[in-house]
Write a protein that binds this ligand. Structure first.
Ligand code: ADP
Length: 511
């Protein structure tokens, strides 16, 4: 049997393992289940490929991305590894050819899309093969809490019963919050797995959130023709608008979205990858599986729907380890658009996730700690000094006292009203409705008369997105307390907000 060190050196040409890799490989070879959470580019593939090469029999790799499957298999074949794939896009004769080879135990690795497990024929064939590992790539797809839930991933657990000998399961993902991790463990019935969670920190990335009212103008401050940059927009239409405006200004720019004809799309992608064009304007269709290491900036022209997508996209900056930036241009219109989008879809938990994304844009806390906290990592610092909330460029404002005033008012109004009414009482409005409810008698009536409507509403929305208030109700949304509310009322925790937002809001309300 080949040793893992020899394979690493001879097949891959690397001299040492990255953190976590060797332990994962050894666990698999000892027939233990594995759950590995490593950032994109962390080196997950090698963790299941090396055991597959070293062990007798065939390893099945379940992967959702048909386009990447072929690339991976080509690379492995070029390294002299016996790898194949089966997906819905291949013709009949290649399918039969691959299945025949598989049956005779030709492959070290066989990549399949999860839909394949629906096929009785396929299940019959693999039951007669010697399977030594089920590797589940992008394992978060099994969870409804993950950002791209794939119902067909729920077929994977049936492989548990398919063999009358023990087969280890190894799950890999780049994005897993506690809920997703828990779900992967449960759905895949992982038995006392070896767990490896790599740090998600990207020390060479500078994070910033830029509140702006004029994105098209502000964008120009962050781009130039010598640095490679990706600008992500939320719609194809926005991609085209931004692209055309940059062409007019003579930027070296190209664009990408799923509506562009395939050959043009490939050309644009290559222009960017081979540095013929510096700037790529794209929807989130661009980037998956693209390994361009010298991207200096990832700019989000619109707020993404959740932190997982944001961090994955932002993480495409600075793969080479050199200083790079992740910039999010944020306007309150983004919240309106995203809330609308989410209400159109029926993704469970989408609202919660959007709230966390909104908090990221409004928080006055260190942005890196916010991100790491989101992925359940406890950072070793309070302030990183390397994000727009830490380096003194954006002032933050403590809004703990304001929050307490708002919460007290909601309490006195018996937690039965929405944002508009609460704001009116806090500002001290004295209309008929307020008088008929006796709210003009409350001690909190008018305690925020020196703030404008938008500031109060902004703080309320931060309270909601940070989980200190919940918005519920059948007919119209009502603000109610959560289990966390008391912590803020007792000042056991504090809340802060970027001052820029507050100032902008103040100015706009004076008009
Ligand atoms: P992931 O699947 O986690 O996104 P990959 O498996 O594609 O990451 O690995 C990312 C890059 O790192 C690849 O180019 C791979 O060859 C390289 N790599 C992985 N492990 C090592 C190692 N031990 N030494 C050097 N390079 C490595």
């Amino acid at each position: 049997m080949k040793t893992i060190q020899t394979v690493l050196e001879k097949n891959y040409g690397f001299d040492s393992f990255r953190p976590g890799q060797q332990q994962i490989i050894e666990a698999i070879m000892n027939k233990k289940d594995v759950l590995a959470i490593m950032p994109t580019g962390g080196g997950k593939s090698l963790c299941y490929q090396i055991p597959a090469i070293c062990m007798e029999g065939t390893s099945l790799v379940v992967s959702p991305l048909i386009s990447l499957m072929k690339d991976q298999v080509d690379t492995l074949q070029a390294m002299g590894v016996r790898a194949g794939y089966i997906n819905s896009q291949m013709d009949k004769s290649s399918y039969h050819d691959t299945m025949n080879k598989a049956m005779f135990g030709y492959y070290d690795l066989l990549y399949i899309a999860p839909e394949r497990l629906d096929s009785e024929h396929f299940m019959n064939v693999i039951q007669n093969m010697k399977i030594n590992l089920i590797a589940v790539d992008e394992a978060h797809c099994i969870s409804q809490w993950g950002q791209d839930f794939r119902p067909s991933y729920r077929n994977i657990p049936q492989l548990r019963e398919a063999f009358d000998y023990p087969v280890p399961f190894a799950a890999f993902t780049a994005t897993a919050t506690t809920q997703v991790k828990h779900d992967i463990n449960k759905q895949l019935c992982l038995q006392n797995p070896h767990q490896y969670v790599a740090s998600f920190d990207r020390p060479n990335l500078y994070f910033s959130v830029i509140p702006t009212k004029k994105k098209s103008t502000d964008l120009l401050k962050y781009i130039n023709n010598s640095d490679s940059a990706i600008i992500y927009c939320n719609t194809r239409k926005n991609v085209e608008t931004v692209y055309h405006s940059l062409v007019k200004k003579r930027f070296s720019v190209t664009y990408y979205h799923a509506g562009i004809p395939a050959d043009e799309r490939t050309k644009n992608q290559e222009d960017f990858i081979y540095d013929r064009k510096s700037i790529m304007v794209a929807t989130n269709a661009f980037g998956m599986g693209i390994d361009k290491s010298n991207v200096r900036k990832v700019i989000h022209y619109n707020m993404p729907l959740d932190m997982e997508s944001y961090y994955q996209e932002a993480g495409r900056a600075g793969r080479d380890g050199a200083p790079s930036e992740a910039i999010l241009l944020y306007s309150s219109q983004d919240i309106i658009t995203n809330t609308f989008l989410i209400e159109q879809g029926n993704q469970p938990h989408a609202k919660d996730k959007l709230n966390r994304m909104i908090s990221y844009c409004k928080t006055g806390k260190c942005l890196r700690s916010y991100i790491l906290g989101y992925f359940d990592e406890v950072p070793s610092w309070q302030k990183c000094e390397h994000c727009s909330n830490c380096d003194g460029n954006t002032e933050t404002m403590d809004v703990t006292v304001e929050s307490q005033k708002i919460l007290s008012c909601i309490y006195r109004m018996n937690q039965r009203f929405g944002t508009g009414m609460v704001t009116d009482v806090l500002r001290g409005k004295n209309n008929e409705r307020i008088r008929s409810l006796n709210f003009n008698q409350l001690s909190t009536h008018g305690i925020m008369s020196d703030y404008n409507d938008n500031t109060i509403k902004d703080i309320i929305s931060l309270l909601i997105s940070e989980g200190f208030l919940s918005l519920s109700g059948d007919k119209y949304p009502i603000l109610t307390f959560t289990t966390k509310t008391n912590q803020l009322l007792k000042a056991e925790v504090t809340l802060s907000m970027t001052r820029k937002i507050v100032e902008d809001v103040r100015k706009s309300s004076k008009k």
